[in-house]
Design a protein around this ligand. Structure first.
Ligand code: PLP
Length: 407
């Protein structure tokens, strides 16, 4: 008899997106003539930047010639990409990250999910509420939580993100070991200032905690005062691991490329109190379980940092930010309080009532699909997330419909 990992039985059903699909499918089958606009999921709609396409084509041609063909590459990523990342995303912003501290991967979802493997079962884990569900579910699978009781897992420390704290949690009064933070945030769209991030870095230093910082949406930051990386905060190199992705930056959701930064100065400890570099541990894990991102995709990611690539990526992100502005304008005109949509592609709207009821109303009356916030955590119960990832025409049409329905 094979015993299974019973922690999986603690996982709550992925109620959110399956329930949305069910309701959307039911509506569509009863109303086949209606044209739905989807502002629910966080997938991009616009094609890859031309610089990336050109680099992909060139790399594919290289794969066709014996002299230029490439087989297995370095598991951590090719130097050309790691160096471009270190220079453009960190060193140019005063963050002292070296190329050897970058681990290229096929997604921030896998990396944010896998990172917890490096740590003991006994750690206390803090997660924001609302939360990107991967942080929670992977710790449940690993057995770091108790059962879910009324939507919250026992043993996890939830960091409430509410209107009162501008959706940026302050460090808890109790000591916690691992802290997941995400800015710009999914789902709230909130951003954190330097002072706010510094308070977390100071907390982590004081309590010997580690911050797992998800910056998958950093490319949407336009305010020059806002940090794009946690390593722009002094001392963060000793206490933080950062996750980045080309998914939203450059439309790589289907192409797959991301990276994780593990500075050599971040330490964990053995039971005897000996320091262990997490860089060495992640390197061991990565090289054992991963065989690298394909060469053409890494060339396409490198092209994001070319002069043409930078301009195209900015234009791409500006298109979505423009959409976010249109959403904010429409929702604001209707009198709803919201956050996000500035320096971020998500708008988090306080509907003042149960978010599923609001979702149903928008679906039935405006034929617009949003995401009910309750699926991201208890603090999201009365909120919906509207995503700016769609064409300009669809966003304008959706907001016109919503204004007509809710006015
Ligand atoms: N982190 C956050 C906060 C996200 O919202 C997403 C995707 O939606 C990811 C990570 C996953 O990114 P990737 O496509 O690189 O796996």
């Amino acid at each position: 008899m094979i015993m299974v990992n019973e922690n999986y039985a603690k996982l709550q059903a992925s109620y959110l997106f399956s329930e949305i699909s069910k309701r959307v499918a039911a509506y569509q089958s009863e109303n086949p003539e209606k044209n739905l606009i989807r502002l629910g999921i966080g997938d991009v709609t616009e094609p890859l930047p031309p610089a990336c396409i050109e680099a992909l084509h060139l790399a594919v041609d290289e794969m066709a010639g014996r002299a230029t063909f490439r087989g297995y590459g370095p598991e951590q990523g090719y130097d050309f990409l790691r160096e471009a990342i270190a220079l453009n995303d960190f060193q140019s912003r005063g963050a002292g990250i070296d190329a050897s501290e970058i681990f290229v991967s096929d997604g921030a979802k896998c990396d944010t999910g896998n990172i917890q493997e490096l740590f003991s079962q006994k750690l206390t884990v803090a997660v924001p509420d609302p939360v990107y569900p991967v942080y929670v579910d992977t710790n449940v699978m690993a057995g770091r939580t108790g059962k879910a009781v009324r939507g919250r897992y026992q043993k996890l420390v939830y960091l409430d993100c509410t209107e009162e704290n501008n959706f940026v949690p302050t460090p808890p009064a109790v000591p916690v070991d691992l802290i997941y933070l995400c800015f710009p945030n999914n789902p709230t769209g909130a951003t954190a200032t330097r002072a706010e991030l510094k308070s977390w870095v100071d907390y982590a230093k004081e309590h010997q905690s580690i911050i797992l910082f998800d910056a998958a949406y950093e490319s949407f930051i336009r305010d020059p005062e806002l940090p794009r990386s946690i390593y722009e905060i002094e001392g963060a190199r000793d206490v933080a691991i950062e996750f980045r992705s080309f998914s939203k930056v450059a439309g790589f959701t289907g192409t797959r490329c991301a990276y994780t930064v593990v500075p050599k100065s971040v330490m964990g400890y053995t039971r005897k109190g000996e320091a262990v570099a997490l860089h060495a541990m992640w390197n061991r894990r990565h090289t054992t379980k991963f065989n690298g991102v394909s060469y053409p995709v890494q060339r396409a990611a490198e092209a994001v940092y070319s002069e043409a690539g930078k301009q195209q990526v900015k234009a791409l992100n500006d298109l979505y930010l423009g959409n976010a502005g249109i959403v904010r304008e429409a929702i604001g005109a209707l009198g709803y309080a919201m956050t996000g949509g500035v320096n971020s592609p998500y708008i988090w709207v306080n509907t003042g009532r149960d978010s599923w009821k609001f979702f149903d109303r928008l679906l039935a009356r405006a034929q617009v699909v949003t995401t009910p916030g309750g699926g991201f955590g208890r603090c999201g119960k009365n909120f919906i997330r509207i995503s700016a990832f769609n064409s300009r025409a669809n966003v304008e049409e959706a907001m016109g419909r919503i204004k007509r329905v809710l006015r």
